[in-house]
Design a protein around this ligand. Structure first.
Ligand SMILES: C[S@@+](CC[C@H](N)C(=O)[O-])C[C@H]1O[C@@H](n2cnc3c(N)ncnc32)[C@H](O)[C@@H]1O
Length: 240
């Protein structure tokens, strides 16, 4: 009944189920309910065997975790290693590492919480997500029998980027919550990203991470890249 009513209303161009609820600096935010229902993560047994272990160590939902799982697999033949900035308790980082056993996955975090919050950020003020440690990440990696991670503790890129500055990268997951951390990470990794490489920004479109939406939108229209807005909360940039 609800779907018939919705279809009828939509044919008039009006949808009462679309609730506009917030605006931030000319960005509109509303509830988003895609109509597609294909859910391949439910019967992907390889993914599920890893996800059921990492889910207690991640803030990232299954939709985004599955996109990381699939995009890492598709970029395995692109030259270079993998970078994640914003590791927290290691959930997404170890999921990525499990999917890319032939690459080194550099996991970069302050392990003292979010940094570089500023005027472009709508929700974060600094210091959030400090409830973690390198030991927690190492324990998760051991549980998964993951051997290909390298943890770099400190503010990225200023305090740890020099340790991997000569590397090339095929994939980068940026999950840092603030505009300036995301901007500094992207500007650092972009020249080192191989053609065909992928950068995924977590929190794109989240109301409390307006800075992440801003930086991804700033990249749209620049040369040699495709910028994708995924409704699951990922901003994706592919180098072409
Ligand atoms: C939302 S958490 C990451 C979540 C994680 N990917 C997961 O699977 O749940 C954000 C992390 O980014 C880290 N962070 C933010 N800016 C950073 C920076 N410039 N350098 C290093 N770590 C940073 C914080 O310490 C925090 O642990």
């Amino acid at each position: 009944m609800k779907y018939i009513l919705r279809s009828l209303l939509r044919s008039t161009g009006y949808d009462i189920f679309r609730v506009k609820f917030q605006t931030h600096e000319n960005c509109e935010y509303s509830t988003i309910t895609p109509y597609a229902s294909y859910s391949p993560w439910l019967n992907d047994t390889n993914f599920q065997s890893v996800y059921q272990i990492v889910k207690a160590n991640t803030l990232v939902d299954v939709y985004r975790c599955y996109e990381l799982w699939q995009t890492v697999a598709q970029s395995q033949h692109v030259e270079g290693d993998i970078l994640e900035v914003g590791v927290w308790r290691g959930g997404t980082g170890c999921l990525i590492a499990k999917q890319a056993p032939n690459k080194t996955v550099y996991l970069c975090d302050t392990f003292e919480g979010v940094v570089k919050a500023g005027e472009n950020d709508s929700g974060y003020t600094g210091g959030e997500h400090a409830d973690t440690s390198q030991n927690i990440v190492n324990k998760l990696a051991d549980t998964l029998n993951v051997k290909n991670i390298s943890i770099l503790k400190g503010i990225f890129p200023e305090e740890t980027g020099h340790k991997i500055k000569s590397k090339k990268f095929s994939f980068c997951h940026i999950d840092v919550d603030t505009y300036q951390s995301a901007r500094d990470t992207f500007d650092w990794v972009w020249p080192k990203l191989s053609t065909g490489g992928i950068v995924i920004f977590d929190d794109y479109g989240f109301y409390n991470c307006a800075g992440v939406t801003k930086i991804v939108n700033e990249e749209r229209g620049k040369p040699n890249r495709i910028v994708l807005h995924n409704l699951n909360g990922h901003g994706i940039i592919i180098k072409i």
